[in-house]
Structures are given as structure tokens and as C-alpha cells.
Design a binder for this molecule. Sequence first.
Ligand code: ADP
Length: 159
Amino acid sequence: MTVAIYPGSFDPITNGHIDILKSGAEIFDKVIIAVSYNANKEGFLPVSTRAELIQECVKDLPNVEVDCFEGLTVEYAKKRGATVLLRGLRTSFDFEYEMQLSQTNHALYNNIKTVFLITKPEYNFISSSCVREILLNKGDITNFVPEAVAKYLTAKCGI
Ligand code: ADP
């Protein structure tokens, strides 16, 4: 049984993240989507809210689990018996960063392999940071995030 961890900030989760997650769930026996956080660094949404929103989006995916972790991704992967890290690629900028991250993680734990999936063109430009920026300016985020997430965020921001 191959367990993959899909780590990220997911602040908030977007349609691009969901696309990678669904593809990963078709490839691996189990995918744990894990919200990484740093207790000393506040995000846009509290970690528990990010996880709750993800849970709502993945409720129809039986081999997907939602979790949160602090610290090194490889230590979390060891603890969960995972041998794969799942990551998404949009641009060559993502590639440069992700290659370094993947090589670092492998140097820390040689049982872990990073598998990259390339995003669909329609999600290529979507990022959590652009969703946050649109929200702060009271714009329309409905095409960028799952319905339940849009509903929560627009209510939170009084749009
Ligand atoms: P991190 O802080 O770890 O980069 P993110 O939540 O920004 O966390 O991203 C998690 C993963 O999802 C990363 O591999 C990132 O490249 C990927 N990702 C982000 N947005 C998209 C998108 N629109 N399409 C595909 N992959 C994406």
C-alpha cells in the first residue's frame, strides 16, 4: 500500500490544489492532505479552519485523509508511514523551488520520493495568495476555489 502525503499551506485551498489532490488519489492507495503550519507564524486562516474547509471538499474521496502537522515534512511522513510526497507544478518558478525542496527532503530521508503532477492549464494561474488578495479587495473568487470555500470566505470577509 502506497501512502502519499500532499503537504502545503492551503491558506486557503484552491481549485488547483483540488485538481492535484484528485489525480493523486487516483494514483496512490491513500493520500493524506496535510496542512503544514508554524505556531509562531499566523496565517490568513487558522489551521483548524483550513483543515475543516479541506474536509468539506474531500468528503467524497474515500482514500483521502485530512491532517495538520508542524515541523519537518519528512518527519511527519515517517510517522505516517508515507513514502511519497505529492506536489503540484504550475510554472518554471515552481520547478526551481520544488526541485530544491525535493532534493533536500530526499537528503534528509532517503525513503521518500517526491512525485510532481502538472496542473491543468485552467488552474495554472491560481494561487492561495491571489485568492487572498482578491478577497481583501472584495472581488469575486468563485472561479478559483471550491464552492464551500467561496461561501465561507465571502461570508467571513462580508462580501
Ligand atoms: P506551500 O506553502 O507548501 O507552497 P501551497 O498551499 O502554496 O503550499 O501549495 C501546496 C502545493 O500545491 C505546492 O506543490 C504547490 O506548487 C501546489 N499548487 C499550488 N497552487 C496550485 C495550482 N493552481 N495548481 C497546481 N498545483 C498548485
